[in-house]
Structures are given as C-alpha cells and as structure tokens.
Design a protein around this ligand. Structure first.
Ligand code: 5GP
Ligand code: ZN
Length: 326
C-alpha cells in the first residue's frame, strides 16, 4: 500500500489522466489487466472520442432508427418505442439477439469495419515524418498538444485527392483528435475548404499580383519584397487566399506564412550579416494603419543604429510611446 500510495500522492506526474486511469484499471481487475482493457478505460475518458460517437449516434444510427419507427429522441435521450411492452425475458432475448448480430458481422468483416478510423493508412516516409514532427516541435499544429500527451500524425494540409502535393510544405503534424475531426469531414467540407483556399478578389493588388514579384511560395502563402521598404530587405508574407486580416486566416495559412518567415529570416541574415534584429507585424484595420486589405505579415530587418533609439520597437506605432524606460 505504502509505495503505491506514495507514488499516487506524491510522485506521479499529472501531465495527463493516463497514469491514474491505468493504475485504477489494474486495481479494479485484481492487479492484472490486458492492454486492451487499459486502453478501453483510457478511451472512456477521451471526450473527443465520445463526441465523435455522439455525432455518429445522432447523424447516422439514431436517424435510421427514428426513421424506421424503432426509437425516438426527446432532448438528449433516445428511447425504444415498444420497450414498455417487453417482459424481462424478452429484453434478455433481444439483448442476446443484438449480441449475435454484432458477433456475426465482426466475424464476417473482421477488422475492416474500423479501417476508416485507422490512422496513417497512407504511409508517409519516415524521414519526412521526422522532419515534419521536428518542424512542428513535437506539437500538434492545430491544437498545440505535445506528442508526449497525444500521438501525432503527419497529415497532408491539402489532401492528395484534392491536388495537394507530397512536398514538405504540404505536410503538418496533427494529433489524433484534430486529424480525426478533419477526416470526419473529408470529401465534403474539405472540398469546400479547398474552394475557400482558392478564393481571389479581382480588384485586390495581392490577389492579382504579377507572378514575377513573387520571390517564394509554398502551399498556402507567398513572399514578395515590399514595394516601399521600411528598411532594406523588408518582405511581406501573404496568404494566397484573399482574406482581409490576420484574424481571418486559418491555422494552416498561418503555418505556411510562419514557415516562409523562418526561411527568409535565414536567407536575409546570411546575405546581410549587418542584420541584427527584426520586427514582425500585422496592421489590422484602417485605424491601425492597414492600407492593403489582404492580410500580410511584414518582416522588417533591423540593423544596429538604423534609428537613434530603437527601444520599444513596434510600440513606436504611437509616436513617443516607444521608449517607456526613460
Ligand atoms: P499595410 O496594409 O500593412 O499598411 O501595408 C501594405 C504594404 O504593402 C506596404 O508596406 C506597401 O509598401 C506594401 N506593398 C507591396 N507591394 C505593393 C503594391 O504593389 N502596392 C501597394 N500599395 N503596396 C504595396
Ligand atoms: Zn486579395
């Protein structure tokens, strides 16, 4: 008792519910449990999985049973329409019948019935997987959870069957939950998302930019030199899709812009060792100074002495408010 109690009370690091769930499963089962039993108990705490099956219940099986007059739904509860007419023996017999139907189906179809829920069916080469996970710093690029807490999967941003490439720029690391949520809507919503990503506006200078001005691009963003640079090397990272501000871009677009910013920071400092700092900025809305209504990230190289007093950096958007130290 002592060691276990001490471990649970004092030593067990609670980075997730996993440890106490597993210990509890072992305790409840007389000290020994099959790995499947442990996994099932962990699963019972995974709200994302429960939510997934609530959607299945409501949209698929619940709908069919209601349509066929077998069940009805009141608020969040389902009920069997003829249940009150059943005797205890009949209930028993019907449970047995359901179990045999389930067993028969599993026998016939085996594991295949869950194949659509299995991840990583399309193997991504190990070396690419490694690079994507390293670039994502071991975190889901949508929700930010670390790979120690949830398994990460390497996923195509724009799916292959929608024209997405096998290039590094079109991969992202997603945790099981984010990827599952994305896959659920595959073939329906994603087509919509793809259409959204290709949205351009006729009268927008960035949507209609001369291709010759684009110095680099990836799946969802591109880079141009600012036409009126604040300092030498001033670049703009721009999502390909027309969207007005930072607050309207998707995480995938932000990732694309972020990667380009990293890459071009490297290039700039390699080409000009005089660069000793950067300002990154988004102007959001007319009152904050935005003049081109297509989201863009300014990457502005800074050099020692380029202004008399650089203190405050972006704080200098309000004259006189930069240096709060004096
Ligand atoms: P913002 O909307 O953040 O105030 O700035 C728009 C930025 O786009 C400016 O830094 C401007 O120099 C830059 N820019 C780059 N190319 C063009 C162009 O072709 N026309 C205009 N008006 N601005 C451009
Ligand atoms: Zn645009």
């Amino acid at each position: 008792m002592g060691t276990l109690k001490d471990y649970i009370e004092n030593k067990m690091s609670m980075s997730h519910v996993y440890q106490p769930v597993m210990i509890k499963t072992l305790l409840v089962n007389g000290g020994v449990a099959h790995k499947k039993a442990i996994a099932k108990d962990i699963l019972s705490y995974d709200i994302s999985q429960v939510e997934y099956y609530i959607r299945i219940t409501n949209n698929m099986v619940g709908r069919v049973l209601r349509k066929n007059g077998i069940a009805k739904k009141e608020k969040d509860n389902y009920s069997l329409i003829s249940f009150k007419d059943l005797s205890a023996e009949e209930v028993e017999a019907l449970i047995g019948l359901c179990e045999s139907k389930i067993a028969e189906y599993i026998d016939k179809r085996g594991d295949k019935i869950w194949e659509h829920r299995r991840r990583n069916r399309k193997a991504v080469p190990g070396s690419i997987r490694y690079q994507v996970l390293k670039r994502a710093k071991g975190r889901c690029e949508l929700c930010g959870i670390s790979m120690e807490e949830k398994a990460l999967e390497v996923d195509h941003i724009v799916p292959k069957n929608h024209g997405g490439e096998d290039s590094l720029d079109n991969y992202q690391a997603l945790c099981f939950t984010c990827n599952a949520n994305k896959r659920d809507t595959d073939d329906t919503d994603f087509r919509k998302m793809n259409a959204v990503y290709s949205h351009r506006e006729q009268n927008c200078i960035f949507c209609t930019i001369n291709k010759g001005r684009i110095i680099d691009s990836n799946e969802l963003a591109f880079v141009i030199r600012d036409k009126y640079p604040v300092t030498e090397g001033h670049l703009l990272m721009i999502p390909k899709r027309h969207c007005k501000t930072y607050f309207e871009i998707s995480q995938a677009e932000l990732n694309s812009m972020h990667r380009l910013a990293h890459k071009h920071r490297e290039i700039l400092i390699t080409e000009d060792p005089g660069i000793s700092g950067f300002n990154i900025g988004f102007n959001i809305g007319k009152d904050a100074g935005q003049t081109v209504n297509h989201c863009h990230m300014h990457l502005i190289p800074r050099r020692k002495g380029d202004v008399n007093n650089p203190v405050g950096g972006v704080r200098n958007i309000i004259p006189g408010k930069g240096d709060y130290t004096t």
